[in-house]
Design a protein. Structure first.
Length: 190
């Protein structure tokens, strides 16, 4: 099946609303709990996580080509966000249908160059890095979960690379075992 390239919506407000709905759908597909705060007065668009560990996520998007990639400014009304306004930026490159999940401290007051192989592209390690949201939201687990964190943490996708299906399957099996009261199996136990 051919991958559909999304079309860009001209009106920035409508495009932003659409991108936010794409974010919610994608996060939901990946099993992340997402909530939208009431109103538009917060510096973040969504919270991701669970009670006791919510993360503020600012959703941005771009269609602006620049230097062989796409430029995405992390500003609000052309002014910088204050430090601590959110925890992560989720930047969607619409023409490429790709997300960048970037910790806030890496991008405040900056313009990100995304989807580029140029030396200006400093954020490729964050391409489709949804695991960073999961890991940050699950950091404060109970001590029993911390004891088995060596195999990827309390959730199966911890540091597992998405292109390694066997490692993902092993991590899922270990997660299910922990939830059912058993411990994780080590590599040699297979």
């Amino acid at each position: 099946m051919r991958k559909r390239k999304p079309k860009s919506i001209k009106d920035p407000k409508l495009r932003g609303e659409w991108v936010e709905s794409v974010f919610v759908a994608r996060a939901g597909e990946l099993g992340l709990a997402v909530s939208k705060p009431w109103g538009e007065s917060k510096a973040f668009d969504f919270v991701v996580g669970r009670p006791g560990r919510f993360l503020g996520v600012q959703v941005k998007s771009t269609v602006f080509e620049c230097g062989g990639g796409y430029s995405c400014a992390v500003k609000h009304n052309n002014r910088p966000y204050a430090r601590g306004s959110f925890d992560f930026v989720a930047a969607y490159v619409i023409p490429e249908d790709v997300w960048y999940i970037v910790p806030a401290e890496k991008v405040l007051n900056k313009t990100m160059i995304l989807c580029s192989e140029s030396k200006q592209a400093l954020y490729e390690e964050y391409r489709e890095a949804w695991h960073l949201l999961r890991e940050a939201a699950e950091r404060e687990e109970s001590s029993s979960d911390e004891a088995v964190a060596g195999d990827g943490g309390s959730m199966p996708w911890g540091a597992i690379h998405p292109a390694d299906p066997l490692a993902r399957m092993r991590a899922v099996a270990n997660f299910v075992r922990r939830q059912m009261g058993g411990g994780p199996r080590k590599r040699g136990d297979e």
